[in-house]
Design a protein around this ligand. Structure first.
Ligand code: SAM
Length: 274
């Protein structure tokens, strides 16, 4: 096979251990005929197994050389569709058509895994479940409960709309080139009505401001928030009164807040949907 050189800039660490490839695909358990999106199929370590299951695979690969390789390898299969594009710009709802939704599987390029996760969260209307291989630290962050130091903006963003469960770890030796870090495979499932957020964009801005300086209290982060949020907070009687109306002790840190408290805070700032 014509192996192209791994490109570091595209986060290329190819899975070469067949056992782990089978475990990842086994965790997804694709069904014949269902549509599965694979982000960054690379040389096809997961793609071949996915296609064998009879699922329809929509593979999104940015690297032109790898796209050519994938076309050569799987182009003749009826259940294979290659989308040669940057996954950060792909409209997944369009890509999976004629299906209206799909499950996602990926060994994500680490350098943009957070950005891709954010995009998938935003497009969850067409994404029902994801089995993702991520840097172990990223999974620890995503799954961090309230009170944990690992908890951050990404945790709350994912938790607002998905249930996340770590499945198993993958050692660096399972990849070529060998990365410096361990990976973890996690399952993320969309849950309906998880957070009662009136305005999602606004919710993101509030959580981001709350975590701006992780060691500071939520009160101090609100005091130092961007102008728009400070003005809204003043309208609600100032940050102290605002936090009190949302039932949040101002001395707590952002990492201690539960999802429902973030939603209460955002909704208290914004007021109910008009
Ligand atoms: N799935 C393969 C495997 O498990 O061996 C490759 C995984 S490798 C960690 C990440 C893959 O994502 C590479 O094929 C890389 O070219 C691709 N990639 C990187 N950035 C991308 C982007 N923005 N959009 C789509 N694919 C991307």
């Amino acid at each position: 096979m014509n192996f192209t050189r791994a490109k570091k800039s595209l986060g290329q660490n190819f899975l070469v251990d067949e056992t782990y490839a089978q475990r990842v695909v086994g965790a997804l358990a694709p069904r014949g005929g269902e549509t599965v999106v694979e982000i960054g199929p690379g040389r096809g370590a997961l793609t071949g197994l996915l296609l064998e299951s009879g699922a329809r695979v929509v593979a999104v690969e940015f690297d032109r050389d790898l796209a050519a390789l994938l076309r050569q390898r799987f182009g003749g299969r009826d259940n294979f569709k290659l989308v040669e594009a940057d996954a950060l710009g792909v409209d997944f709802c369009l890509a999976v058509e004629p299906a209206s939704s799909a499950r996602v599987v990926a060994n994500l390029p680490y350098n943009i895994s957070t950005a891709i996760l954010q995009r998938l969260v935003a497009q969850r209307r067409c994404v029902t479940e994801m089995v993702l291989m991520l840097q172990r630290e990223v999974v620890e962050r995503i799954a961090a409960p309230p009170g944990s130091h690992e908890r951050g903006y990404l945790t709350v963003l994912v938790e607002a709309f998905f249930d996340a469960a770590p499945l198993f770890d993958v050692p660096p030796g399972a990849f070529r080139p060998v990365p410096k870090v361990w990976s973890t495979v996690a399952r993320l499932r969309v849950r309906e009505g998880a957070a009662e957020v009136f305005d999602e964009e606004f919710f993101h801005r509030v959580v981001s401001a709350g975590f701006a300086q992780k060691r500071k209290t939520i009160l101090n982060n609100l005091r130092a928030a961007p102008e728009e949020l400070r003005a809204l907070s003043e309208r609600a009687g100032g940050p102290d009164a605002l936090l009190e109306s949302a039932g949040i002790d101002p001395r707590r840190r952002a990492e201690a807040l539960k999802l429902a408290e973030w939603a209460a805070l955002a909704n208290a700032l914004r007021g109910p949907a008009r």
